[in-house]
Design a protein around this ligand. Structure first.
Ligand SMILES: [Zn+2]
Length: 387
């Protein structure tokens, strides 16, 4: 193990050079050419590491890169990292990778090219030092290209691979305090639509049934479902209705964002939505509420808890106190966690994601590579323990 850690310590400059290279390759979600260039670069790297690489071809988004390496047993671990960023083509030329005061800056350095570098160098360390786990453990790597828009084209792939794996590690950034992510809320988008009856607002207002007024009642009822103590949030964030002030509005609608910690809570909310839709404050209006939970919640199952305890034990061996945190934001960890115990937030620590101030703490890159390498090194025992 000491050999493994010393090897990683000796690779810091190489890691930073690699990170510089991938940060300086623009890969905004809609920049297919840019992402495919980065995908090819990473595919080559995976091949060097002994992976067989496939591509899931896409027309709209970049091709997803899938690397597979069979182990000697039937069990396998899944590594997921998205290679798209929220920055458009040309950004890296304007503000390329740079290091200043122990922090590294550049588009996507935190979210999540730092995580991609963490994974690559952890794999490299096990291979280069000839660690037996590298041959024993079956490994699948997915570099997907559309996470920043909700993984519409990679979702099925990620879920299918998660179903086959006994553990998933997702390389989203650590939280600002260095925490791993052990739970994420499920996120749903719904729409409330109200139909009333139009009428002249001055001449025959009594003939009208205002959809706008009915929507107002619905919004109050929907917001009453907020329960911060359970982590449940319901927000009607956009409303539309009517088109002239002298007409009683025939139609109105609103867009609803929902966040829940558990699937049970999502079901409870959906039942309440149907009750709210079915009761009208204003007679002769009709309301429908449609939508669904896009990414289910990442709940910490007992197995996932034991997995994270193992990660913490690895941290203590490195004199790191690793904490886990729950967050309201979604990631591909929400998808894998539906099927297999998942640790997310495996990437380096930093802050200000999705902004031009985004950075990582350089020192945490080596730390995270060590933790990842040790998770993989000890995984055959871990998986026997957590069941
Ligand atoms: Zn991300």
């Amino acid at each position: 193990m000491r050999g493994l850690l010393a090897y990683i310590d000796g690779r810091e400059q190489e890691m930073l050079a690699f990170l510089e290279q991938i940060v300086n390759m623009d890969s905004g979600t809609l920049d297919k050419a840019g992402i495919d260039r980065l995908g090819s670069f990473l595919a080559e790297r995976l091949e060097t590491l002994g992976f067989a690489v496939e591509r899931a071809r896409q027309t709209q988004y970049g091709d997803h890169v899938i690397g597979r390496k069979a182990g000697s047993g039937s069990r396998s671990i899944l590594f997921v990292g998205h290679i798209d960023t929220v920055f458009s083509s040309g950004t890296a030329a304007v503000r390329p990778f740079r290091i200043d005061g122990g922090r590294a800056y550049g588009p996507g350095v935190l979210d999540m090219k730092g995580g991609v570098a963490t994974l690559i160098f952890a794999l490299d360390a096990l291979k280069a030092t000839g660690h037996p786990s590298y041959e024993q453990v079956g490994m699948t790597v997915i570099f997907n290209t559309d996470e920043e828009v909700g993984s519409p084209s990679s979702r099925e792939l990620i879920e299918a691979e998660a179903r086959k794996a006994q553990t998933a590690c997702v390389f989203e950034p650590a939280r600002p305090g260095g925490e791993y992510v052990i739970a994420r809320k499920g996120v749903g988008r719904y729409r409330v639509e109200v139909k009333g009856r139009a009428a002249h607002a001055g001449v025959q207002p009594e003939q009208g049934r205002s959809a706008v007024l009915e929507l107002a009642h619905k919004i109050i009822a929907l917001h009453a479902l907020n329960d911060f103590s359970r982590g449940t949030t319901v927000n009607v964030g956009v409303i539309r209705g009517g088109d002239r002030s002298n007409v009683v509005a025939a139609e109105a609608s609103g867009d609803i964002d929902v966040r829940v910690r558990t699937l049970a809570e999502a079901q409870r909310l959906e039942a309440s939505f149907q009750e709210i839709a079915g009761s009208c404050a204003l007679p002769d209006t009709t309301t429908t509420i449609t939508g669904r939970l896009g990414r289910g919640p990442m709940e910490q199952t007992p197995q996932a808890r034991r997995l994270f305890e193992k990660v913490q034990e690895i941290g203590r061996g490195l004199k790191l106190e690793l904490k886990g945190i729950a967050t309201g934001g979604g990631s591909d960890g929400n998808l894998t966690a539906q099927h297999t115990p998942t640790v997310d937030g495996m990437g380096p620590q930093g802050s200000e994601a999705h902004s031009d101030r985004e950075f990582i703490e350089v020192a945490t890159l080596v730390e995270r590579v060590k933790v990842t390498a040790l998770i993989l090194a000890s995984w055959p025992e871990t998986i026997a323990q957590i069941g």
